[in-house]
Design a protein around this ligand. Structure first.
Ligand SMILES: NC(=O)c1ccc[n+]([C@@H]2O[C@H](COP(=O)([O-])OP(=O)(O)OC[C@H]3O[C@@H](n4cnc5c(N)ncnc54)[C@H](O)[C@@H]3O)[C@@H](O)[C@H]2O)c1
Length: 274
């Protein structure tokens, strides 16, 4: 029997990058996955790949910041697979500028995506989790559920990322609070802070030809400067950036039964210590 057989996992932003690998790894361990992304095509592709490999997955497309999204996400999991066992709050992007050039719009967009959306998703899941945990306790069963919130080394400070670093530091606090609130429900709430992982988020800028991505109608430049890419490569004890597969492996660790007595922790997945 696979270690996550019968479990239902919800993964935001799993159409690309790290989230995509998380969805694949959870499915390979037997979990049924609710795949979310802003964009329909990559979400559908991940669902098709999981099904082709013999797993189970369904898409729930839309922005995590939409007011009706959390209820819809939770409902998709409960209606399709009858439960919620794992939630990975991964969806995200960066929209950088130094503080004097950062607009309110930029501040709130990033806070909404990286901090408010996880809060709302977890709040929406609470009634189901609480009812399930109470029922299991009454039957004398101890069933662990898993929340993995995705943070960043940027929580420790990064020039040009007042919005992002504040949100990523905030989610560490949310993780610790919920680990305390939800301990009685047997929910392990943990956080992974990534260092430099090679995805479109960390591709080098190409001057005026920089790639932009469309996030909720806004064209946002993605990537980091060549200088930062080089600095990142030389500063990593393991000698290179991580791959999305390696990053997803750290999320998987917090979803396995082996981590049932770990809660409220922040794990740096950065090829070395922070
Ligand atoms: N790549 C890194 O080095 C790195 C480092 C630290 C933290 N992170 C964090 O890891 C997470 C995943 O990033 P990634 O590197 O895989 O980036 P990515 O761009 O490859 O993938 C992110 C996915 O999230 C989706 N997304 C963005 N906004 C969304 C929204 N509002 N609603 C739903 N989906 C949305 C995107 O469409 C995309 O498919 C993010 O939270 C990011 O901040 C990444």
């Amino acid at each position: 029997m696979k270690k996550l057989e019968g479990k239902v996992a919800l993964v935001t932003g799993s159409g690309r990058g790290i989230g995509r690998e998380v969805a694949h790894q959870l499915a390979a361990y037997g979990a049924k996955v609710v795949v979310n992304d802003l964009d329909q095509a990559p979400a559908d592709e991940v669902v098709a790949e999981i099904r082709a490999a013999g797993g189970e997955a369904v898409a729930c497309v839309g922005s995590v910041t939409a007011v009706d999204f959390p209820e819809r996400f939770v409902k998709t999991a409960v209606d399709t697979y009858g439960g919620i066992d794992i939630i990975v709050n991964n969806a995200g992007y960066t929209w950088d500028n130094v503080i004097q050039k950062m607009s309110d719009e930029q501040w709130y967009a990033i806070m909404d995506c990286h901090l408010t959306a996880p809060f709302r998703i977890l709040r929406a899941a609470q009634p189901f989790i609480s009812a399930a945990a109470k029922k299991e306790a009454a039957e004398g069963k101890e069933v662990f559920r898993k929340i993995v919130n995705i943070s960043s080394g940027a929580a420790g400070g990064n020039v040009g990322q007042t919005n992002y670093s504040s949100a990523k530091a905030g989610i560490m606090g949310m993780t610790k609070t919920l680990a305390k609130e939800w301990g009685r429900l047997k929910v392990n709430v943990n956080c992974i802070a990534f260092g430099h992982i090679e995805t479109r988020l960390t591709e080098p800028f190409a001057g005026a030809d920089s790639k932009t991505v469309n996030i909720e109608g806004r064209e946002i430049k993605v990537g980091i400067s060549e200088q930062l890419v080089e600095r990142a490569k030389t500063g990593i004890p393991l000698g290179r950036p991580g791959t999305p597969k390696e990053a997803a492996g750290s999320v998987l660790l917090f979803c396995l039964p082996e981590s049932n007595y770990l809660s409220g922790q922040v794990l740096y997945c950065a090829g070395g210590p922070r």
